[in-house]
Ligand binder design. Structure first.
Ligand code: SAH
Length: 344
């Protein structure tokens, strides 16, 4: 299945190289790109703008991958939709559509599973199976767009997986989804959430792409953070904040710090105070996420979200509390996992 190269995975320049090496004119590459990424065509045979002979030639070494909609759950509370997509190798991933006043926001997966091991998160419980290809990340957008028949205004890379652990494919995804010959979604409408892979944060800063970086901080003290996020054994909060400052300096973009509030773990007044001291003067924003308890852990939701947020605001830190969406269909933060594979 993977012997042929996936055309959906390639940048325009890469298509140009292929097209010219097959003896066709360079401008055909742009047509091919548009049909794949703008028209969302599913098969080389359907690209009728190319001659039949050329399509036959192209099919010898290339194909177009497609993920398939496997199941769809629609929330009765809000207009959230959770999708399960079947990949060509039989793996299943999840994506979520959230409907806001300003448009459709979609939450995409970047890996099958995750190896980060955060104790409160369902997506990591069975480890990492594999990275998604660029095409598989793109195809979540294309298939959702086709299903809802509406435009997508925002993309959040906050589904299953650690996006910066799949750095190259995710970066290519951002460039392709932003391409004016494709979906043309602005970088500013894309958010990437990371548990704080410091080296990749520096690498990303150098690219100077104006996406919004969100960092899952979840704690203001290294000792507490280590209890819930194994990645803290590798990078300290200070390392993460240094990288964040560098990112802000390079991109001039405000960073969002995500803080999942967990009862008796990180919800004390002193935690809020410490957090405000850490972030003082930074071009930053704190997003408090009420914990969605998962059955694999006994961590509980904290009742102090509004107190915690008020305290931060009093200390001059921009703070919001995240509204939960799609709770009745298990579409909320951290609940994404291949449930059906476990038969539950
Ligand atoms: N790996 C990335 C993105 C995936 S998770 C990251 O760590 O940022 C997106 C956000 O949901 C992260 O902030 C994550 O910590 C949070 N999250 C995970 N499980 C959760 C849960 N059970 N309740 C609330 N938030 C959760």
């Amino acid at each position: 299945m993977y012997l042929k190269k996936d055309l959906k995975d390639l940048k325009l320049e890469e298509l140009e190289e292929i097209i010219t090496s097959l003896g066709e004119k360079k401008f055909r590459a742009k047509q091919l790109f548009k049909w794949i990424h703008e028209k969302n065509i599913k098969d080389i045979d359907d690209i009728t703008v190319l001659s039949k002979e050329f399509r036959i030639k192209l099919k010898e070494d290339f194909y177009i991958s497609n993920i398939k909609m496997h199941e769809k759950f629609e929330s009765k509370i809000d207009k959230t939709i959770k999708y399960l997509f079947l990949l060509e190798d039989g793996n299943i991933i999840e994506s979520v559509r959230m409907k806001h006043k300003h448009g459709n926001s979609i939450c995409l997966s970047t890996q099958v599973g995750c190896k980060m091991g955060c104790s409160f998160c369902a997506s990591t419980k069975e480890g990492l199976i594999r990275n998604l290809t660029t095409a598989e990340i793109l195809d979540q957008v294309y298939k959702i767009k086709e299903d809802i028949d509406e435009n997508i205004s925002n993309i959040v890379l906050m589904g299953t997986g650690e996006p910066l652990d799949n750095y190259e494919n995710v970066l290519k995804f951002i460039r392709l989804i932003n391409d004016k010959n494709g979906q043309n979604i602005s970088m500013r409408s894309i958010s990437l959430s990371t548990c704080g892979l410091v080296e990749e944060m520096y690498k990303l800063a150098e690219k100077n792409i104006p996406i919004t970086l969100s960092i899952s901080l979840h704690s203001a003290s290294n000792d507490d953070r280590k209890k819930i996020m194994p990645i803290s054994n590798k990078y300290s909060i200070e390392d993460i904040l240094d990288a964040s400052r560098y990112y802000i300096e390079k991109t001039n973009r405000r960073i969002t710090f995500e803080y999942t509030l967990i009862k008796d773990v990180n919800d004390k007044k002193e935690d809020a105070k410490k957090l405000s001291e850490l972030l003082k003067g930074m071009l930053a924003h704190v997003n408090i996420i009420p914990l969605n308890p998962i059955k694999e852990s006994n961590l509980e939701t904290s009742n102090y979200a509004s107190d915690f947020s008020e305290l931060l605001i009093k200390k001059g830190i921009n703070t919001t509390i995240r509204r939960e969406m799609g709770r009745d269909i298990n579409a909320a933060c951290g609940q994404l996992r291949n449930n059906i594979l476990n038969g539950n």
